[in-house]
Design a protein around this ligand. Sequence first.
Ligand code: WTA
Length: 651
Amino acid sequence: MLQELYQPNKEFAKNARIKNMCEYNELVDAANEDYEGFWGAFANEKIDWFEPFTNVLNETNAPFVKWFEGGKLNVAHQCIDRHIESRKNKAAIIFEGDRGDKQIITYLELYYQVNKFANLLKEDFGVKKGDRVVIYMPMIPEAAYAMLACARIGAIHSIVFGGFSAEALRDRINDAEAKVVITADGAYRKTKPYMLKPVVDEALAEGNSPVEKVLVVERNNEDLEWVAGRDYSYNELIKDKSPECPAEPMDSEDPLFLLYTSGSTGKPKGVQHNQAGYILWAQMTMEWVFDVKENDTYWCTADIGWITGHTYIVYGPLAMGATTVMFEGVITYPDAGRPWKMVEEYKINQFYTAPTAIRVLHKTGENEPAKYDISSLKVLGTVGEPIDPPAWKWYYEEVGQSKCAIVDTYWQTETGGHIVSPLPGATPIKPACATLPLPGIIGEILDPETGRKVGAGESGYMCVTRPWPSMIRGVWGDPERFIKSYFGDVKKDGKAVYFTGDGAVYGENGYITITGRTDDVINVSGHRMGTAEVEAAIKKHWNVAEVAVVGKPHEIKGEGIFAYIVLKSDEGVADEVEEVKAINNIIKKEIGNIAVCDDMVFAPGLPKTRSGKIMRRILRSIAKGEPITQDISTLEDPSVVEKIENMVKGV
Ligand code: WTA
């Protein structure tokens, strides 16, 4: 295995924040020896406190933990105000629009924009500390202003990805009991305008909505319907706002944002992150994992609707005073050279994207990187799903010119920031391997039965056995679900520990390879989809009696969605193609395009145990075309397995 390791670039390592494995090990040891001392020292060093904290970690009520109690801070101050003295004219955000339009926002400009936005929310909409604000926005600078404006006044934002449907948006608005929605008329995709505001209208149409006001950023200036007394133009209201707005002093453990994510059961849950711990780790991981330097330009291609966009486009880069690129467009448009053209033009130093994007860029533009001067690149990152070795190699050799470290960052919405990742100046890397837990994160692969740490070559459940500052603080409105979802499966020394939902395996050298979800969550193009959500949508079709969905490997998406559907009646189903279309239309309406099924099989029945439990493992094997290893003799109707297998072979 050792020969597969790629050593860090020596020149790069010389100036890296963490320069070698000795330095890495020193940090790991420091955290092990004095966990609270380790975190307390970094919190003091990194955060510009309004009032110092008096206690590092309070575990009395675990798993509901408190970090840095007594401390007061403001995340917008941490991300903007504290940089004004030394970086006021530095680019905070470089925006590239879909049509190639550009904007450079300095830290001073960001300060004014965010203050004005904060004043608008306070004065015109009456938004107060603790109020929830839903943000349903395209990738434009105003989306970042909106987040930071909420943080400035202590409002809790909840961003809903712009690809979600009206139904999905409504569910999230209602669950969060949001008072305000911030949106845009729409934006541009492949140079064509598309709309968002009509989706908001639809989400609010049913009445009984907690939403009082809607703020509309006019981006593409397409025609809109305005609801009098509810909808307001940002472009109008912002004009007369004062560019000064005091930053609200927040307690360390006041909520900062909610972000809804899929679990294996039920509706998406509102993952809650709080102020101090989240921003501390966002900043530290930016510094350690991407090793961004003062004059660097960093680009993360995620969407702000996902956690990667929160932590690694907005909060992390700005907290450390970096220059972050924000891109509205599609990375393969007008061709698969777009990102490399941008790297050349902005002299980008760190580039962070998802394996699904790497696969597409590889497949459709294998030779594109060589057409541009991309020599500025120093660190390449990947996130969201396991990356396959061929994509990794292309990324390393063609994009990284065999000199850039690839940081395969493993983490989740719930972890707030990276938890297992190489450090670019220190960690020898291995294709498709997230390597080692970051210092301060006690990440271990445990045997779910015994809670014992597994040995080299063994697989188990990826857990974090001590609380860490940026961990999820709760599921909004549902403390029981928080405990059940994350602290129910694995116990170490009799104590419930945080379980990620992922399986993992140790290599000889303690390296961790993430093998994927152990639960019913499907990872489609790096987006988490709960099987329960997709099934609930499909069941809304009048003719669907039963449904089970599973993941199936997909060349570009990583995983695609495979649905087994039992119809109520074959009558009226003249055309299966039409039926598939109708069901996918329901999915688009209920969730969004990202949840559309790649395969649908109309099955005569589903493999169930005698107690009625659907055997998804069998369905997964059939979808993958693997032989069935499970004992099917105890099924209610074993013959159904063969029938489905034959149907799938015909798909
Ligand atoms: C998966 C995204 C392998 C994993 C930041 C996790 C990964 C889920 C990696 C979280 C990686 C994320 N290697 N798998 N480097 N990074 N995952 O909440 O299954 O959208 O549980 O957060 O993505 O997805 P989420």
